[in-house]
Design a protein around this ligand. Sequence first.
Ligand code: LFR
Length: 495
Amino acid sequence: RPRDVFAAVDLGATSGRVMLGRVGPGILDLTEAHRFPNTPVRLPDGLRWDVLGLHRGVLEGLRAAARGGGVASVGVDTWGVDYALLDADGALLGAPYHYRDPRTEGAAAAVWARVGQAELYRVTGLQHLPFNTVFQLAAAAGSAQLAAARILLLMPDLMVHWLTGTVGAEETNASTTGLFDARAGTWSEELLGRLGVDPGLLPPLRAPGDPAGELLPHIAEFTGLDARTRVTTVASHDTASAVVAVPATGPDFAFLSCGTWSLAGLELDAPVLTEQSRDADFTNERGVDGTIRFLRNIMGLWLLEECRRTWESRGQEPVGLPELLALAARAEPFAALVDPDAPEFLAPGDMPERIRASCRGSGQRAPESPGAVVRCVLESLALAHRRALRQAAELAGREITRVHLVGGGARNELLCQWTADATGLPVVAGPVEATALGNVLVQARAAGLAGDLPSMRRLVSATQPLRHYEPRKDPAGRAAWDAAAARTEPSPRNP
Ligand code: LFR
């Protein structure tokens, strides 16, 4: 069988999967080889990722992928910012922390004492998120673990290291650390020096499309993959892979990558590092081919997923998404709204109660029934999408004529319709599997089977099922969204 299949390992905050993609002229198909849960573990000293379990899931997935034969290459993407530390022997130093672990509280102040917040932004272009790698490292300062560390590997780079034995730092993900110079596209030696981070910890950069090595013999043996199977560097930050597979056919688009997070923004040629952009909490992350993903992180469907987990753990019904969405569709419109980005929503725990507390705190009636809570979450998210996209267009001096909503959220019809209504823009929803498709496309391109970004996007547009949502046009409907938008204020900037 010809070797024309690409295996995309895509690890998300709640599950991991190995997808198989085939690419050719007018062809882009994706099938799932294996899916497994990603369950964080709370240890006495914090919330950790089960990276050994993830590695096992990857291996089982690759073994399932090998059964059909023909796998030419493997690529790995995951969420951003989190890292593992290895010692001088290459051994893993403890289970990596989860970005939702609260140990970073107060760490930003230690960083800003050395490099002011405004200056940090001018170099890195990153929105202040308390869990950016730079703050996690500040929280770890002085620990025995950091003292023993010789290599820091971001999550996808760790998975690649365990498959190939090679070390590298893929640049789209390196750009989420807060240690990377957004303009130069390299680690910032200057920041590392001033923050006291050993530059030797950070591996050399790799770009999407670069070779990442061949499978280690025991991996080839366990999975049944041919020992010549390549591992290819992809846009290893999941959001960067998702943006590759945005099915845009023209330039004036905005993207909304909706999963655990909503990443709302624009693709630009150069970073926007202005004070206005910092004030509006916009981030400049690297995309493929030197592009910049100019976006805002919005708390996203985490709010809904965490509500469902809370209800499920109490044996409450319903927890199924279709049932909850049907209830939300019938609930009273705009009864209560929250700022999805309020810091109190970040950690795991009782989400319905935190939402109610936030509503009471802002003088609103707290949503009681599951339908009312879900309506509150989805309307609040749609309004956050509106605010972020309007600000992005203004800050970048660009016009937006349509919104591409990709990722799991594209299945959520209420979220798609309300995003169209709130923004007043047409929303093209899909593909749901944008991240895995972007992963596959970059591998296929390295093998000579795909072209530049616009042509990869045309292929996605021509082959993947998409749904179109038009914004409501009736004046009363539009006025209701405008009034709701006026009620929602952005959360106060972090101190
Ligand atoms: C999405 C994502 C976001 C990043 C967040 C934490 O999965 O990668 O882009 O801000 O997770 O890493």
